[in-house]
Design a protein around this ligand. Structure first.
Ligand code: 48F
Length: 261
């Protein structure tokens, strides 16, 4: 069959805009498609929750591709191994309590699971603000990352969500915006972002799961953003905590969604 270039163009444009419109009003919007954001997206989408993930970069996966210092293997502990089993990622035992997995297999499988379960990932889009009605955060303000990079004066667009998940990693960009624009009214010990503490894998892995919770009404934090916001240690190239954090946040949000029905 003869191919028509313009039909190809129409197919892309129409299907993309249909997708964006369908996901302009969702149950959960996630900022950042690193391991924590994607894991949260998978466990939410699996329960038929409408979830959209917005990722600044062309590639999704955040810091997982590079393992530790570009050695693309990652380590998970005993609890994290349970998630690798659930998402069907291969791993090897290194010694008791330490398992290694291929970083590329892990993040590509997580992405595949999340998208096949129904989560929609929009890459090349940056979260630049939150949408507010009264004091209630109820959506994300988005722009093309290319617009930000070129420093163009172009106004953004918005999407509505019942709940937001901040999964932007170490910088906790979404919560930073909330503090800057609404004030230090977070559900943390100080009301402000407490700040990330130095590397301590044993503590950081436990803390990141504890800290994966609501940080401002309707806004949940996952992954390294959770430890930055609530003030806990980083853990470097051990990734079980990121996966467990995404799953924990998905459970918290699912509970909230159920109480709304
Ligand atoms: O950084 P990232 O992988 O965060 P994470 O899921 O995992 C942290 C680990 O990678 C590692 C670690 C593990 O022990 O310490 O650092 O918590 O993924 C965050 C994603 O969010 C995107 C960013 O490009 C990355 O892919 N991101 C950051 N800010 C924005 C954003 C933004 N404003 N809008 C959209 N995406």
């Amino acid at each position: 069959m003869k191919l028509d270039d313009v039909v190809i163009t129409r197919a892309i444009v129409e299907s993309f805009y249909k997708k964006l419109l369908e996901y302009s009003d969702v149950d959960v919007a996630i900022a950042g498609a690193g391991p924590a954001g994607l894991c949260a997206a998978y466990y939410l989408a699996r329960e038929k929750v409408r979830v959209a993930v917005f990722e600044r970069k062309l590639s999704i996966g955040g810091g997982m591709w590079g393992g530790g210092m570009m050695f693309n293997e990652l380590v998970v502990g005993e609890e994290g191994k349970g998630i690798l089993d659930e998402i069907e990622v291969n791993y090897k035992i290194y010694q008791k309590g330490y398992y290694t997995a291929d970083a590329v297999e892990c993040i590509s499988t997580l992405c595949s699971k999340a998208t096949k379960a129904g989560a929609k990932v929009f890459n090349l889009i940056s979260v630049e603000d939150v949408m507010l009605v009264g004091e209630e955060v109820c959506g994300l303000v988005l722009n093309w990352s290319a617009v930000q990079m070129a420093n163009l004066h172009v106004d953004p667009l918005t999407i509505r969500a019942k709940y937001l998940v901040e999964a932007t990693g170490h910088p906790a960009e979404l919560v930073k915006i909330i503090v800057k624009k609404i004030g230090p009214r977070l559900l943390t010990s100080t009301g402000d972002i407490v700040g990330e503490k130095p590397m301590w894998a044993d503590m950081g892995e436990k803390e990141v799961v504890e800290n994966s919770k609501e940080a401002y009404p309707n806004v949940y934090v996952a992954g390294m953003a959770a430890n930055a916001v609530f003030g806990a240690h980083r853990m470097g190239p051990i990734f079980g905590g990121m996966l467990l954090s995404g799953k924990k946040v998905s459970n918290e949000v699912l509970k909230k969604l159920k109480t709304q029905k």
